[in-house]
Design a protein around this ligand. Sequence first.
Ligand SMILES: *[C@@H]1O[C@H](CO)[C@@H](O)[C@H](O)[C@H]1NC(C)=O
Ligand SMILES: *[C@@H]1O[C@H](CO)[C@@H](O)[C@H](O)[C@H]1NC(C)=O
Ligand SMILES: *[C@@H]1O[C@H](CO)[C@@H](O)[C@H](O)[C@H]1NC(C)=O
Length: 496
Amino acid sequence: MNKFQRKTLFDHRIAIVVLALVFTTTSAQSKEDFECPTDAGNGNFADPVTCRRFYQCVDGYPYLNRCPSGLYFDDIQKFCTFKDEARCGPIATTVSPATEAPLDLALKCDLSECELPYCYCSKDGTFIPKDLAAEDIPQMILLTFDGAVNHNNYDHYMRVLDGRYANPNGCPIRGTFFISHEYSNYQQIQNLSHAGNEIAVETISLQQGLQDKGYEEWVGEMIGMREILRYFSNVSNSEVNGMRAPFLKPGRNTQYKVVEDFGFIYDSSIVVPSNKIPVWPYTLDYKIPHECKSGTCPSRQFPGVWEVPLNTHYVESFEGGVCPYLDQCVLHNHDADEVLEWLQEDFSRYYEQNKAPYMMAFHTNWFQIKELEQGLHKFIEWASQLPDVWFVTTTQALQWMTDPKRNKELAAFEAWDCRKPQTNTQRPCNLGNKCALSFKLGNITDTRYMETCQDCPNKYPWLGDSEGSGIPGRDNYIYQSKEPAPNEESESETTK
Ligand SMILES: *[C@@H]1O[C@H](CO)[C@@H](O)[C@H](O)[C@H]1NC(C)=O
Ligand SMILES: *[C@@H]1O[C@H](CO)[C@@H](O)[C@H](O)[C@H]1NC(C)=O
Ligand SMILES: *[C@@H]1O[C@H](CO)[C@@H](O)[C@H](O)[C@H]1NC(C)=O
């Protein structure tokens, strides 16, 4: 069988082949029999035999891994999660048709044309803005948290962000939340926003396959989520600057058109494969300076739109694998000190080279495993002692990039100074409303609980009805741009 045949047969036959072998071999041998799909690149793949195990493919070699006890591998989200929430694999993936031309619609970076603050690019994406020397600039660390915020994770997030760790200017460290709607607690989100954390959007529904959907769907998901945050967490539209596509599957040109049309400043959905030197954020004025593994990156230029890419995490031995989200690397069999060492090695690739922002992207499940959470605290404690390390929000990182400052100028850098008002979000109420709301999905009606400092809506807010009015399809978002400064009240929504 030649390589091509093996590849095309993979989806249909490999499950049966591996299943048959497992009965006659030990698991150590079956590991060698699992073949990493050649067309899918590095990543985690379901073990066809059991939902408790999965393979991590690194440069074509499969590493067998086990989920922590009680957790199962979810083949859609590609990490271990609670047994009753996990979707066991292998789940056949349909390769999306190439509906748009590949990345050659955009031109190569032209340094003579591309100037800060509006444009930033470099030959291979790894250069420091304004040609500053690495020893003169800060090492930024971006903590990002994806998905719903609620009682399961809020206290864990607060333990990182409650002020116990500070930046060199004495301000508490801050993070960025890419919020999805279902199960979110809007009083808690309001508190995070009021404290100076950045609120950005993922989507309302976290639907699968959004990368292949059209403009209307992306508008409904992204702008609807931004509206929900405005109604129920008092976060004004002008403070929601960023978005992240579910499952890091960007929506080709369609998603970026929405980013552009509705005044977002950046997207953070594109993964950089395991580069030896990490890539800095760039604007989409030119071709993306690295391989696009998801296959759904934008193919044309979007001048002035920033991409804050996710450089993959890994250590030299590839122990734990290669992952854009830290919880997708397999570190749960490590103790807290080993997690610390792993993070330190990964971080040193940035700190000792070009000091590209070190993005630590998490889902809630990192915080469900004590060793991982403790390892993270040890890492933050260690890193926050370094004189040139700053934990900033994604927008604060871009504020630095558009106006790069040397270390000695940072004490007076307003964008990072918490003594300046950093948000319009009001202080949240002490006791929120706990709303029990009916929620209709298809022909099933369910109840969802939602906490907010606002009055309870009639229905659970959802696509097309972000206010929860109970009138389906009520929202009608119209084109808007964020420059010049928007008029909050009239900017984004009219009722039909
Ligand atoms: C908001 O955060 C502060 C500390 O930052 C805490 O004291 C307060 O209880 C929080 N309020 C809510 C509603 O979570
Ligand atoms: C936030 O709350 C204040 C006080 O209730 C209100 O005046 C303001 O319009 C609200 N902002 C948003 C974006 O809803
Ligand atoms: C609800 O929808 C499912 C699938 O769409 C269908 O099989 C079922 O019969 C429907 N139930 C009712 C009561 O309509």
